[in-house]
Design a protein around this ligand. Sequence first.
Ligand code: GLN
Length: 446
Amino acid sequence: TRHYLQRIQAHQALNAYITVTEAQALEAAAVADQRLADGTATLLTGIPIAQKDIFCTLGVKTSCGSKMLDNFIAPYNATVVDNFNQAGAVSLGKLNMDEFAMGSSNETSFYGVVRNPWNPDTVPGGSSGGSAVAVAAGLAVAATGTDTGGSIRQPAALCGITGLKPTYGRVSRYGMIAYASSLDQGGPMARSAEDAAVLLQVMAGFDGKDSTSADLPVPDYLAALNQPLSGLKIGLPKEFFGEGLDSGVAEVIMAAVAEYRNLGAQVIEVSMPNLNLAIPAYYVIACAESSANLSRYDGVRFGHRCANPQDLTDLYTRSRGEGFGKEVKRRILMGTYALSAGYYDAYYLKAQKVRRLISQDFQQALAQVDVIMSPVTPTTAFGIGEKLADPIAMYLADIYTIAINLAGVPAMSIPAGLSGGLPVGLQLIGNHFSEARLLNIAHQYQ
Ligand code: GLN
């Protein structure tokens, strides 16, 4: 724990942490020593990890990367945080992220840009950029992230680490600040599939406090890691390898797929004809849900409140106007528009129908193969500021990750190699609740 606390100090320029909970971490480490001594330790006891600042942490600032919650001390723990505490893990602090998890570059945080340790002039990806950087730069052994449209996998890919977005409902969302509730899912970010398996074991499971939590037993994720891959059927959707994919990234992905062939896998082409509709459908649904979720920040109950409000409308208007950043406001406006009477059928309902088609594409493809492989991102890490002025360009960077959330299936990003000196992630996509198989496939490659 001391080693990591020192490293966090030495690498402040990366801006990975919003809050470092040094005193609590040292206390938890002492408790862990005791558990090791008395034989009640688990695999995670004493392991220094860190939480994305979207998970409510009792007595600790939980900002969600926003000025709106800069003064918010959570009065309870997210289930994920409780689970890690019970396992005896040490939390080093809270990690930087895009404001309310809206972004693909970690440039929308109220606490400033996070830098990619591979090249500090490039972005780490987002929204779990702080988590990816903490793991990549050795500022925590592992971290939590959340993924609504790619926020675990995309930063994992751009920072050269392993990230897993579980099946929707596998990890409790209780105490995880909501962005788009039908898409949000927490998951592990780590240096290897094996580490991710250890984390997921603790994170997954039924939680009565989350109405969308899956009431299914949690398999032993470590036990499955060493199964051989002979006979594995891999599907490559041609739509994931078309225009817009950088040739250097494509080369690394195809080399990784060839490696799987050497391990005994069979590779076939599959098709997902509705993939090109994923970005528009996602940005309608995610913005609509976020506009509803973010209506709770009204300056009354918690969060930022403007000074000297004249009346209730002034209180709402100025508190929200001052508390939210530009990207969050843009999404609230788009979402409110899509949900308003007269436009609901044309936008929201239409997007839900497209969502169903995309889901069917995945089911058809996954009926033919065990796993789908694809790139995670069309390019390696882009420059800080490069896409900030053009939100559409930023949204397009999510092309390979977003459809997975619409379908609710699990997916991983694993380090596949370098292109131009920067990491490339290989995406593994499986059917609902196939996390053990995905971890196994990832582990055999690593
Ligand atoms: N980049 C996507 C967005 O901005 C995904 C973010 C996420 O997964 N939280 O909505």
